[in-house]
Design a protein around this ligand. Structure first.
Ligand code: GAP
Length: 506
């Protein structure tokens, strides 16, 4: 089975993730719930490892700045539910929405800004339009072939975003899977915020929101952090946590879900330095993803066009997206992280709405100013998807050909420890080694089935190293080390196992 690509590759990754306990559909026994996912034993561990790597990079050991001195970043953990006025001030209640359209025939719902339309070059078919969702032109091509009565390919069409079509032309569009044109409703704005009620009354006055980004909690804590920590401008506040968006079209596995996790840094700086910090953080974040083993050729930087900028980034130096080549975007790329210059938008809004001064007083220059913010914002759960896609590989020479080549320090299980057979003193030595190793690294002790099957299980879990205790161990205290990536084996002394792991896992 050679390594597939595109949708088939994605299907394989989703199947492996389910089979090996990385990611399950949430509430699966009740038929699941669209846009919600659970992380199983291996997935929770992988997600925690990515989360810890980010926290280490941002809070515990932040990078050196352009002047060679370490940057100051502190962490917070704010409430998911905040005073609803915070979301009015931030612009989310009024403006955090996506345009959606419904198909009256198929009853499917689409994000209008993610619909593209094939318009035939052939003047004979002027006025025939075939819509598809970004990344999947096949339904539109199928419809076009049916209507036009011949085998046409993409080069027979001009591709136009649905929202750029004149209103009259939208009525002639054939929706994906529809049998006739004109079944799409007019685009309507759909607010993505999840509403809930605080307290027992449940009336309009108790409406609150589940946060759609972790960033606002940081802005709300900014004054407290400034007053209680010895931070000086420029400095950062970081946060990792859940965010909720009632996405119109959750899809592509955990890429776009309705409940997900973010890792966000708000970097506060003097307004005139914001442009430089935007470039600094963009480069740094790109390098960080590469340091986790994400190949440079699968990452790209894309600058937002003026129309695309979020409401809080309209007046700044702009926004970069770090994009990854997902199997469902291949050969194109999709967003992994955004680095935005939010200018002083949020602090200004909260200052006005809460009547709390958000200015910073610089004791050295005696200058008072409202800081600007550069925000590297990435998805933790989307990062897990990138790690799974990047690690997935096929090696047909192995008993189980699928394996996950995680960067060793991110792998959920670092070491498999096996007695070759469950007798002749081997299980006792293996268990003793396991008890030693697990004090430092997550290890798995396994005595069941053939050694080939145990290696295969570890390959699918992405475990980088396996140690096997065999007859020779009983005689000379050496064990076999198997390397996941090469499948190669060597022998080392039992006492060398911990130094061996320390060298490779840091
Ligand atoms: N505070 C800025 C902000 O939230 P964003 O680009 O909307 O910006 C940041 O989100 C990151 O969060 C994205 O780059 C993506 O990795 C992740 N993200 C956003 N929406 C998501 C969703 N529905 N499902 C999974 N991850 C999502």
């Amino acid at each position: 089975m050679p390594k597939p690509s595109g949708p088939e590759l994605m299907e394989r990754i989703v199947a492996l993730a389910k089979r090996r306990g990385f990611v399950f559909p949430a509430s699966e026994i009740y038929g699941g719930l669209n846009g919600f996912w659970d992380y199983g034993p291996l997935g929770a561990q992988l997600k925690n490892n990515l989360r810890d790597a980010w926290w280490r990079e941002m809070v515990e050991c932040p990078p050196l700045g352009p002047d060679g001195h370490p940057l100051t970043i502190v962490g917070v953990d704010s409430s998911i539910i905040q005073n609803p006025r915070a979301w009015e001030a931030s612009g989310h209640v009024a403006g955090f929405s996506d345009p959606m359209v419904d198909c009256r025939e198929t009853k499917r719902r689409y994000r209008a800004d993610q619909l593209l339309v094939l318009c035939p070059h052939d003047p004979q078919w002027a006025g025939a339009y075939f819509a598809y969702e970004q990344g999947d032109p096949e339904p539109a091509l199928k419809a076009a072939r049916r209507v036009m009565g011949r085998a046409v390919e993409l080069d027979a069409f001009q591709t136009v975003p649905y929202l750029e079509l004149a209103e009259a032309k939208r009525e002639q569009v054939m929706a994906p899977g529809a049998t006739r044109a004109g079944t799409l409703t007019e685009p309507r704005q759909f607010n993505l915020m999840f509403r809930t009620f605080v307290g027992a009354t449940g009336g309009d006055e108790s409406v609150a929101y589940l946060r759609p980004e972790t960033a606002q909690g940081i802005f709300l804590d900014y004054r407290n952090v400034l007053d209680t920590s010895r931070v000086r401008m420029p400095f950062g506040i970081a946060q990792i946590g859940k965010a909720f968006r009632n996405e119109v079209t959750p899809r592509n596995f955990i890429f776009r879900s309705r409940e997900f996790e973010q890792m966000e840094l708000e970097w506060f700086c003097a307004p005139e330095e914001a442009g430089e910090w935007l470039e600094f953080w963009t480069q740094r974040r790109l390098e960080w993803w590469q340091s986790l083993g994400v190949r440079a050729e699968n990452l790209t930087l894309r600058r937002h066009s003026a129309e695309e900028l979020a409401h809080y980034a309209k007046s700044g130096h702009g926004t970069y997206d770090i994009e990854y080549r997902y199997p469902f975007t291949d050969p194109g790329f999709g967003e992994l992280e955004g680095i935005a210059h939010r200018s002083s938008f949020d602090l200004e809004q909260h200052q006005e709405w809460s009547q709390t001064r958000m200015e910073y007083f610089d004791p050295e220059t005696r200058r008072r100013f409202l800081p600007h913010v550069v925000e590297p914002a990435s998805g933790l759960t989307r990062g897990v998807l990138v790690l799974l896609c990047e690690a997935y590989d096929v090696d047909e020479s192995r008993p189980s050909p699928e394996l996950l080549r995680f960067e060793p320090r991110l792998a959920p299980i670092k070491a498999g420890i096996f007695p070759l057979v469950a007798k002749a003193g081997m299980p006792e030595i293996a268990e003793k080694l396991y008890l030693e190793v697990r004090r430092r690294h997550l290890a798995q002790f396994d005595v069941k089935q053939s050694i080939g099957k145990r290696y295969a299980r570890m390959d699918e879990a992405g475990t980088p190293f396996c140690f096997t205790i065999d007859g020779q161990t009983v005689e000379d205290q050496t064990v076999t080390v198997r390397d996941r990536d090469t499948g190669g084996q060597s022998r080392i002394h039992l006492e060398q196992v911990l130094p061996y792991l320390a060298e490779r896992l840091g």
